[in-house]
Design a protein around this ligand. Structure first.
Ligand SMILES: [Zn+2]
Ligand SMILES: [Zn+2]
Length: 411
């Protein structure tokens, strides 16, 4: 007998971020992710609703940022890979610190962050598990270390991708499609394709060398989770001195202590050993003796990166290379579009060379389309995107639903 599935997005349907998908499948109620948008000020999902299981796709705050809030109100089994579970603590602590400093509303305390882990049931890729009367299996989503697609098996099967990358990167293998009746898929890059990863990395390596050969320094503003480590892998064999500053160092130590998630744990370890981590104010003073600095924050809205940019602002031999998506309204976007940014309330226009290298951790338009075709579902539900309708023409052979936050629907 086929049972209807009731689905409701508490966030993240028609937008990138604050993903929260509540599913009722027969007797089982569960939620995939409970995130926020770490903007200034942050945006939060709708209030939590009690479920029996909370499944986390990955450690980014737009998928996990409100998980402690959920557990401050309700209980549930909490499923995640060990890598995701290990990665979320420093990120949630950091989000709480930012909320304190900026006087944002606080939805949870430091104790709530710790209490999340008492409900944790760690799971491994490819292993079948049971949740009430249903089965489920986690698979790699290829997005960041530990990222998971959840495959639920009840009267029908449901695949929830979370953030998805089907292409191999230096760190991770791309996600492989899993046959499913219903597919809930992210669509961040609907309507856009990426430059081939290997050619982006080649261009980045050449540009970094060129700047250093001409006597300049390269600043690489970088996300802590995954990107910092991928940049380390991309540049560590260039025979340059590379300093790594910010939250990325904490994630790197977690990665090195959580084996089993990388294309090559050994290569990552070797690459990291060729860099120097900058861990305090004294080391920060001399960090610019390095040729290259990889540092947070990735969108230049805070973190040690601003200090480095300020110190090199008049050096036109130096460069700032951006490698991640820059959200509208951030310093990073402003730097990309008109070469300016604001540091401590003061606008400035650094003389450094500024360039963008598209090292996205998300599948591009064509990859999303091929992924759907291989999953071959009856119904596709698109979320986590602002241009979801751009996929409709290429998915015309499927029933496609574009849900809106807060509307419950049945499939
Ligand atoms: Zn996301
Ligand atoms: Zn993500």
């Amino acid at each position: 007998m086929v049972i209807d599935m009731k689905i409701k997005f508490l966030g993240g349907a028609e937008e990138v971020g604050r993903l929260a998908i509540k599913v009722e499948d027969g007797n089982q109620r569960f939620m995939v992710d409970y995130g926020m948008i770490p903007d200034k000020p942050p945006k939060y999902p709708m209030p939590p609703e009690p479920v029996d299981g909370l499944f986390l796709t990955h450690a980014h705050l737009d998928h996990t940022g409100m998980v402690p809030h959920y557990f401050s109100k309700f209980s549930a089994n909490f499923y995640a890979t060990m890598m995701t579970a290990n990665s979320i603590k420093p990120l949630l602590d950091d989000a709480l610190k930012v909320a304190r400093l900026e006087n944002y509303p606080r939805y949870f305390s430091a104790e709530d962050i710790d209490s999340v882990f008492s409900s944790l049931i760690p799971v491994n890729y490819g292993e079948y598990n049971e949740f009430g009367s249903m089965g489920f299996t986690p698979y790699s989503a290829g997005h960041i270390p530990g990222s998971t697609m959840w495959h639920f098996q009840n009267s029908r099967s449901l695949l929830v991708t979370g953030d998805l990358n089907t292409k191999d990167t230096l760190l991770l293998d791309g996600a492989k499609p899993v046959r499913s009746d219903v597919l809930i898929m992210e669509s961040t890059y609907a309507g856009k394709n990426h430059e081939e990863r290997s050619s982006v990395v080649k261009r980045l390596r050449e540009s970094v060398k060129e700047v250093v050969d001409q006597g300049g320094k390269v600043i690489l503003p970088s996300f802590a989770v995954g990107r910092t480590q991928e940049l380390i892998m991309a540049l560590s064999d260039l025979n340059l001195s590379i300093g790594v500053d910010g939250l990325g160092n904490s994630l790197t130590s977690i990665y090195l202590h959580t084996p089993g998630y990388f294309r090559s744990h050994r290569d990552l370890r070797r690459a990291v050993s060729r860099t120097r981590s900058v861990r305090n104010a004294r080391m920060r003073e001399s960090a610019l003796e390095n040729d290259v600095i990889i540092t947070t924050s990735g969108m230049l809205d805070g973190g040690p990166v601003l200090n480095y940019i300020r110190k090199l602002a008049d050096d036109d031999k130096s460069a700032i290379f951006l490698t991640g998506y820059q959200v509208e309204g951030t310093n990073g976007r402003s730097l990309m579009e008109n070469g300016t940014l604001t540091i401590d309330g003061k606008p400035m226009k650094p003389k450094q060379r500024i360039e963008f290298f598209d090292m996205s951790a998300h599948a591009g338009h064509d990859e999303l389309v091929s992924f759907v075709k291989e999953v071959s579902p009856e119904t596709v539900i698109l979320c986590h995107g602002e241009n979801r309708e751009k996929l409709l023409a290429d998915l015309s052979e499927f029933e496609v639903i574009l849900p809106m936050n807060g509307n419950e629907f049945t499939v």
